[in-house]
Design a protein around this ligand. Structure first.
Ligand SMILES: [Zn+2]
Length: 461
């Protein structure tokens, strides 16, 4: 598939996407009748279809189509020592600053003037005196303190320190601790990868930008175990494969880029890290990262668990701790990219046609059956067409308002094909299929409709 390039995005795209998401049932604010819960969002009827499609597409590309990757679904709650081994208990912190005057809290890097400090460098005594609160302007900011971003809870009936467990802040640790289980049960030799989709939780000080940064989110992660000498080669492989993936789903090439992490940004265990960024309405931001994590993870889990996680390579007769090349994608962020990138406005007579040009494999509905009128004689045939299509893919049925309005409604949720049943259909047993992108219409015999649309979807696989 040829990569698309973007048309100019409307200036208020961000607001338009939030509004469309709410109006059409893609994304709702969480607990909205109670005033919402900060940065928590619910996927509505169309959103859950889109999200399931985003996950299915990733899963298919990362497991089904590969000889060298298998799947896993680990639990959210893990042994607390996992998070000591991973370094999260000690290091997964953000420096937090309080304003004594207005009681607002900020991440240190949000305070104008604080950027002269290197990340991770301890703040010199008294420097906050010179900095003003970005909210109220008063010079009453406290010294920064380290705030751990992991959500804590208690396992069992007693709320005591010994019963503390964490909601996982990343899914990959569930893969590392299962390395031996997967290797032995699948009789795999290195290199191989393990893919997982699941929820993760981070108690971010400043979430925001709709579904971009949330405290509860879903990750799509793949961890590729390989020989140390081959890690760089696999890193190059995966950075290329993951970019091609998004281009293959039609994301505009000029809104995608790589960004290599500088030396000072690299996590202490990482040999290389590169982000895939999208040009969001609020700037270039990461939505997937590819990381060479070295042997850090398995080495640490060997140390903390006392279990030997090294690997004996029969070809080279060497024993080593495997290196890991990780591809870590945000599911909600990918979905956000697909939402933003799909949004198009075009003049249509004296109105504006809003079209979500989702890749058909990602579109919530693949087709909609629209009887030209509500008259009962059309209903039976229309219901029968609907019944034929919905066996194979999600198909909407809409009989209210004018046919023009109904086309618009389907365009706005990205349905690739509208199937219109008219009075002529009663005689010729054929329907009109309208294409979302070209708006061209073709007459197709009813018995051929399901096969035709299926073959078009299959051609995109
Ligand atoms: Zn303040």
């Amino acid at each position: 598939m040829v990569a698309a390039t973007s048309e100019a995005a409307p200036a208020d795209l961000f607001d338009k996407i939030i509004s469309l998401s709410k109006r059409r049932g893609f994304v709702f604010p969480s607990s909205e009748i109670y005033g919402g819960l900060s940065s928590c969002w619910d996927y509505g009827p169309l959103g859950v279809e889109l999200k399931n499609n985003v996950k299915a597409a990733w899963w298919r590309a990362m497991t089904q189509l590969r000889d060298d990757v298998v799947g896993l679904d680990a639990s959210i709650l893990m042994h607390p020592t996992v998070w000591h081994a991973s370094g999260h208990v000690e290091n997964f912190t953000d420096p937090l600053v309080d304003c004594r005057n207005c009681k607002q809290r900020f991440r240190l890097d949000q305070i104008p003037g604080a950027e002269v400090l290197e990340p991770g460098e301890p703040a010199p005594e008294g420097f906050v005196a010179g900095l003003a609160c970005p909210n109220c302007g008063e010079h009453q900011l406290t010294s920064p303190r380290q705030f751990n971003l992991m959500f804590k809870t208690f396992m069992g009936p007693v709320e005591e320190d010994a019963a503390t467990v964490f909601l996982r802040p990343e899914t990959c640790q569930g893969i590392y601790v299962n390395f031996e289980n997967v290797r032995v049960t699948t009789r795999r030799k290195l290199p191989f990868g393990v893919a997982q989709i699941g929820k993760a939780f981070r108690n971010e000080i400043t979430p925001g930008n709709f579904i971009f940064r949330t405290r509860e989110f879903e990750q799509m992660e793949q961890q590729f175990f390989c020989a140390p000498a081959e890690a760089e080669q696999w890193f190059q492989h995966w950075r290329k494969v993951r970019m091609e993936y998004y281009l293959g789903f039609g994301v505009a090439a000029d809104r995608l880029r790589y960004r290599q992490h500088g030396k000072h940004e690299l996590a202490h265990y990482a040999a290389a890290a590169e982000d895939i960024e999208y040009l969001f309405p609020f700037g270039w931001k990461e939505f997937e990262g590819i990381h060479n994590r070295t042997d850090y993870d398995l080495r640490r889990h060997s140390q903390f668990s006392g279990k030997d996680l090294s690997y004996f390579d029969e070809t080279t007769r060497e024993r080593y701790t495997p290196y890991i090349v990780e591809t870590s994608a945000g599911c909600d962020r990918s979905l956000f990219v697909f939402l933003l990138d799909a949004y198009h406005e075009e003049p249509d007579k004296d109105e504006t046609r809003v079209v979500m040009r989702f890749h058909p494999l990602l579109a919530p509905y693949k087709a909609a059956v629209l009887p030209l009128s509500k008259k009962p004689e059309l209903a039976a045939l229309s219901r029968s067409v609907h019944g034929q299509l919905r066996r194979f893919f999600p198909t909407d049925y809409d009989e209210t308002q004018s046919i023009g309005r109904r086309y618009r409604r389907q365009d706005e949720i990205g349905t690739p094909w509208c199937v219109t049943v008219d009075f002529e259909s009663l005689n010729d047993q054929a329907v009109t299929i309208r294409d979302r992108d070209t708006m061209l219409q073709e007459r197709v015999p009813i018995p051929e409709v399901a096969g035709l649309l299926r073959s078009r979807l299959d051609a995109l696989l």
